[in-house]
Design a protein around this ligand. Structure first.
Ligand SMILES: C[S@@+](CC[C@H](N)C(=O)[O-])C[C@H]1O[C@@H](n2cnc3c(N)ncnc32)[C@H](O)[C@@H]1O
Length: 391
């Protein structure tokens, strides 16, 4: 049997890290493209990718790929898939179409045509068609159109993988869990050294970090789309899930710390930590980042400050960044500090010299991860350097 093709989607900027992660999971023929990684594997590989990937958003199983010129070609490609072999007619479906450089104008119309093709094929094979449920479908079908080819997938994940199944409270502007995990990977944090998020909000960074440190599989507590497919192998899946739960380390205090100025956000963080039984492992405190004392002599700071458009006014941030720069320089010597922001004003206003800048996307929003290695007394940039913005 030829190996099954898959495509794992991820936030743009994390593709290379996702290649490493999928290789470790046992995937082969890894092909990164902007927004994801194609790979080959068997059923167990796809289960492991869903269970263990901290970076992927979805794992899609490729069912067909065909050239197209018009909507009818897309319909024909979708009609050509024996959907009735993949899922039962009782399953409620949803179709999602994405396109890059497609000559076809209406994605909505293509979505409708793919849905029609699936239903028509079912009617021809079983005399009945599946219902559509866009809010909580059992089975998600994805179509991707580039300039010449349409590719049809079944989504093996269901709900996106950044939903780890523990989040009870959302907070003001939480990061997606897989983006937070990717940022942690980019910092090079070794899972043992102290980690501090002084603007932790609902706790996404500290929770992802604790899950990494304690080897908690991100998917061990949730359901997946593949459970609704006819090919689902319950025994294989429960074996993999149990093996993952068995390697999880027992709860212990971790050198991972969160702080926030908002009591409400800290309550959210605490609720989330409790839901995943990590509330005794991580220390949270109420503090202003401009005054907070470092929780250890050295370590990794990772922070996602409020961004003007979403949380605060422009002038407030203009005043805040230089003071944040001062706080890092004066109190965090010995720390590697990483600031994740979409704000192009940050690098010049903070008045520290970034040692690395990594472009990343938060959905459609272009962001940067700035690295500042804080060494006592040597961080301030000379005035003439301060105008250079993010590159
Ligand atoms: C963009 S949110 C961080 C979201 C967080 N990464 C998450 O995933 O939930 C920014 C956070 O900074 C906090 N904040 C704003 N000003 C602060 C300050 N001066 N000191 C500490 N925290 C502050 C806000 O309360 C908010 O929770």
């Amino acid at each position: 049997m030829s190996p099954q093709l898959y495509f794992a989607t991820c936030p743009r900027g994390l593709e290379a890290l996702l290649v490493d992660e999928l290789r470790e999971i046992g995937a082969s023929a890894l092909r990164p493209v902007p927004g994801g990684v194609g790979f080959e594997g068997d059923l167990a590989t796809s289960y492991r990718a869903n269970l263990h990937s901290r970076l992927a958003t979805r794992v899609l199983m490729q069912l067909a790929r065909a050239p197209y010129r018009n909507e009818q070609d897309v319909y024909d490609a979708a009609y050509g898939v024996p959907w009735q072999r993949w899922f039962a007619v009782e399953r409620r479906i949803r179709v999602d179409v994405t396109a890059i450089r497609s000559p076809l104008r209406s994605l909505e119309f293509i979505t409708l045509r793919v849905k029609d093709a699936v239903c028509d094929r079912f009617r021809a094979e079983c005399g009945r068609r599946p219902d559509v449920d866009t809010r909580s479908p059992d089975v998600r079908i994805a179509a991707f159109l580039d300039a010449q080819q349409v590719t049809l997938y079944l989504d093996t994940s269901g709900e996106p993988l950044y939903k780890r199944g523990y989040r009870t409270e959302r907070g003001e502007a939480p990061l997606k869990e897989n983006l937070a995990a990717g940022i942690l990977a980019l910092t090079g944090w070794d899972r043992k050294e102290p980690l501090f998020d002084p603007m932790c909000g609902s706790g996404t960074f500290v929770i992802e970090a604790a899950m990494m440190a304690m080897r908690i599989a991100p998917g061990a507590r949730r359901r997946f789309g593949f459970e609704r497919l006819l090919a689902h192998d319950t025994k294989l899946w429960s074996g993999l899930r149990e093996a993952a739960l068995a390697t999880q380390e027992p709860p212990r205090a971790l050198p991972i710390f969160g702080a926030d100025v908002s009591g409400r956000e800290l309550r959210y963080a605490h609720e989330n930590l409790k839901a995943i039984a990590l509330d005794a492992s991580i220390e949270l405190r109420k503090a202003d980042v401009l005054e907070v004392a470092p929780p250890a002599r050295f370590g990794v700071m990772v922070v996602n400050p409020p961004y003007g458009v979403r949380l605060a006014g422009e002038q407030v941030l203009a005043d805040f960044y230089p003071r944040l720069g001062d706080a890092l320089k004066n109190r965090f010597a010995g720390w590697r500090c990483y600031i994740f922001s979409a704000d192009p004003e940050l690098p010049k206003r903070i008045r520290l010299k970034a040692t690395r800048r990594t472009p990343l996307f938060n959905g459609p929003l272009e962001c940067r991860l700035y690295e500042y290695r804080v060494i006592a007394g040597s961080m301030r940039r000379p005035a003439r350097e301060q105008g250079d913005a993010a590159s």
